[in-house]
Write a new protein. Sequence first.
Length: 451
Amino acid sequence: MNAPLTADALRKAVSNNEIDTVILAITDMQGRLQGKFIHAQFFVDECLTHGAEGCNYLMAVDVDMNTVDGYEMSSWESGYGDFAMQPDLDTMRIMPWREKTVIVLADVLKLDHSPVTASPRQILRKQIERLNALGMQALVGTELEFIIFEDSFEEAWNKGYKDLNPGNQYNVDYSILGSSRVEPLVREIRNAMYEAGMVVESAKGECNLGQHEIAFKYRDALGTCDNHVIYKMGSKDIAAQQGKSLTFMAKFNEREGNSCHIHLSFRGLDDSYVMAGDGVECMSTLGEAFIAGQIAHMKELTLLYAPNINSYKRYVPGSFAPTSIRWGRDNRTCAFRLVGHGPSLRLENRVPGGDVNPYLAVAGMIAAGIDGIEKKMKLEPVFTGNAYESDSPRVPSNMTQALTLWSESSWIAETFGKDVQDHYTNMAQVELAAFGKAITDWERVRNFERF
């Protein structure tokens, strides 16, 4: 595994012609990497310290990169100016799947170098700082599922994403034989991410046709989210090099969707196990309040956990995607699953799908945990049995409902800032308006001849 690349190591590698390209990237609202391919010598000479600039519409467009109205930070009226992309050198690493290339993530700043508060990385940084002020840190692991197709991305586009050939033709959950069929691709992704500085644990097949998961070891919240977005981009890049494609979309078809279970725990800044104790399910009072906060704010945070219209198609009873806002000990029917003991005690949030922006989701979980702890919230009894069949409060079933809960929440405004609340309110409104005007295949099949 390569250690993070230092500035001095980069200068040396550039002078030795071992590196000729640096990708400087920010994470946009959708959780995608956006940025520039910079000649390595120019990056060393000009950008290493001072960064680069990019159009501020990168935090104010829809998924198709269309300029849309409603964003305070960026508009035709303000002239669509630039913002600064300031490299975070702690993220700099070699990209093993691209020749002589390094990637470094950047924070999004205004030209006066004040933070762009609605950028996902800054939203997470704010919540991490709040937690650190309480003497704690967040450790996080994300579990991303994806579906592999034998078709290239271009072939999939030309087919309208219909009649694609999945990497496996039957359920290969935990199957060694089934996983072996796609091992050339999955192995290259695993090894490339290891060489890029990530601690790779394992890979396994999942339930949907061609569905797989690669697991990585937990680490600090910001580092996990940085690794998450690089892995997500890199795995698509590697698949394209092999003439294949893969998707992390939450619900590709009527079978099992792609999840992104988020494992999170608080520890003291000295690594003390503050969530473990002698209480319910071997938790401390703080641990119980942490979970109580998650349950209390689940609904109004759903927009951060399920940021697209397609996200809500996952929430189907009996699908391993949650519908009930309950917590259980090792219970996969609940939205929140408590797992581990002592040092490994942690909460798994099963609501997010593969399309989630990790910075926003983790920021939401940290904020909810802090609120539970500060207000000494009491935890409801552990749920046992099948939560799908219970009369529990339900995960919001559509984006319109999630938007209302987010936009009308005084706690959201107080916790994240009114500007952040308004920014992501507009993002959801833009998506809903675009979907409302679209004519779907479902409508054509249902209506073409019969009406």
